[in-house]
Design a protein around this ligand. Structure first.
Ligand SMILES: Nc1ncnc2c1ncn2[C@@H]1O[C@H](COP(=O)(O)OP(=O)(O)OP(=O)(O)O)[C@@H](O)[C@H]1O
Length: 478
């Protein structure tokens, strides 16, 4: 699901991947017994032990010929690509999907029979390494019900295997289409979960930079499922954090006082115990930036224009239809770019159509820069003014006037809709019609679409990528 065809990757950074690997390997040389330690560690720290264990465990259990012959041939093919240390612990069950640098498979833990997803990333090529480093850099630090959870990591010279919690509920829009009924309340509930995850990330100084419907997955198929923010391949720590400018994010979600800064998710904070372990992980590629894990956007606001200049990012990346004006303009930006993307997602969620859409990328970028979109056509006449107000406050060209994640969570539309039990207009028919119409149009034109039908595979490795420093509009002009 979603529009993946015009993703723009960031410029490579310097050796971040190496610094992550070093941080884990260094730890492994301290002469401690990894096997003895996990029960002493709680929550996130236990996961970190797992990372160490996975890197160190030497036992090798090759998949047997019988294994391969008896398995489904496709699964067997993928299983053969897996490091024996991984297959020793996890039974590869099925291929879920492929990304530009990754394959995701459903697995079962051999001992506990628990299902997980493993994202296998190719790290030989520099771009794959960068994306992997970015993803791991975030996943190692986060723990929140609305952010996909990393369980452990295996490393081989060519590949990284990330064991993740398995999301079986499908992408955001798959569910919209599958349901016979979809109301503003449903949209608000989904957006509230996405916003909770994003507010948490922002409180840690993490900007996702590629929020879109296909990166929002339901944990399970039930109607009460959590929604998970996934795919941190383009995420950033807002890499110009000055030290000692902690502003106390609005969520009180920061981690302990150590460098770990995990915030309060499902796991207890571990700031006190296991000090050097936390420190070691904190010194990964996050480095000293982690000390300032505050809500970057709120601090930017407090600091005014000068602060914004110091604290923002420059790299152009993301998926065109969801890119904020400041990203397209290549001016320094902040985590508010995620809020723009959430505005785009909100618009699609309530209508099945895109606010900004054009086959010509320069025209698309111009429309975004002007913030020009409309609420014309079905089902907009049936959508409440408060819902439109919510979108209007997110799709604001000036990022400092755009709602922050925390403010969005307090918007009256979201608050009243989430709490509401009254029956509401069913928007499903118009939304799914719009999604389907767009899907068939885009499969004809090989363009992107916000529907599950025919879009996912159209996202190709190099399509729409740029490493240029020139303004996007100039570099793509006619
Ligand atoms: N934890 C997970 N549980 C279930 N499915 C997942 C999980 N993580 C990723 N997927 C699915 O696996 C597929 C590949 O995902 P991946 O993140 O590797 O690539 P992508 O985001 O689709 O593409 P790209 O890497 O180009 O951004 C997608 O369909 C995604 O929804």
């Amino acid at each position: 699901m979603g529009c993946g065809t015009s993703k723009v990757l960031p410029e490579p950074s310097e050796n971040c991947y190496v610094s992550f690997v070093k941080s884990v390997v260094n730890y492994s040389h301290r002469g401690k017994s990894f096997e003895d330690e996990p029960q002493k560690c709680k929550g996130k720290q236990k996961d970190i032990w797992n990372i160490g264990v996975a890197l160190l465990q030497p036992h090798v259990q090759q998949p047997t010929v019988k294994d391969v012959q008896h398995g489904d041939s496709k699964v067997a093919r993928y299983r053969a690509k897996f490091d024996p240390r991984v297959t020793a612990r996890y039974d590869i069950k099925a291929l879920i999907g492929r990304g530009s640098y990754s394959r995701v498979v459903r697995v079962e833990h051999r001992a506990t029979r628990q299902p997980f997803a493993i994202k296998m990333m190719e790290v030989e090529a520099e771009e794959g390494r960068e994306v992997c480093e970015s993803e791991l850099g975030v996943l190692r630090r986060v723990s929140h019900p609305n952010v996909v959870q990393l369980v452990e990591v295996f490393q081989s010279p060519r590949r990284i295997y990330m064991v993740l919690e398995l999301a079986t509920g499908g992408e955001l829009f798959d569910r919209v289409i599958a349901k016979g009924q979809f109301t503003e309340r449903d949209a608000a509930r989904a957006l509230q979960m996405a916003l909770n995850g994003v507010a948490y990330l922002h409180s840690l100084g993490i900007t996702h930079r590629d929020l879109k419907p296909e990166n929002l997955l339901y944990y399970h198929p039930g109607s009460d499922s959590r929604l998970l923010v996934t795919d941190f391949g383009l995420a950033s720590f807002g890499n110009k954090y000055p030290r000692g400018r902690e502003g106390g994010g609005e969520h009180g979600e920061r981690g302990g006082s150590g460098a770990g800064g995990f915030g309060d998710g499902r796991f207890p904070r571990d700031s006190g115990s296991g000090g050097d372990l936390t420190g070691e992980v904190g010194r990964g590629n996050g480095g000293d930036k982690e000390d300032n894990s505050v809500s970057q956007c709120d601090v930017n606001r407090d600091l005014g224009g000068g602060g914004r200049r110091d604290w923002s990012m420059m790299t152009t990346c993301g998926t065109s239809e969801y890119m904020a004006p400041e990203v397209i303009s290549r001016i320094p930006y902040t985590c508010q770019v995620d809020m723009w993307a959430l505005g785009v997602i909100s618009y699609i969620l309530l209508s099945g159509s895109m606010p900004f859409e054009d086959d010509s990328r320069p025209r698309l970028y111009r429309a975004i820069l002007r913030g020009r979109y409309s609420f014309h056509g079905e089902p907009w006449p049936s959508v409440s003014n408060q819902a439109k107000d919510f979108i209007e406050r997110l799709l604001v060209v000036d990022p400092s006037s755009r709602l922050t994640a925390t403010h969005a969570l307090h918007h009256p539309w979201l608050v009243t809709m989430v709490a509401s039990f009254s029956s509401m207009t069913n928007l499903h028919r118009s939304i799914s019609q719009n999604l389907r119409r767009r899907a068939s149009r885009s499969s004809a034109s090989s363009s992107c679409c916000p529907s599950s039908t025919g879009c996912k595979s159209s996202r190709s490795r190099n399509q729409g990528t740029t490493h240029s420093e020139a303004p996007l509009l100039a570099s793509t002009a006619h």
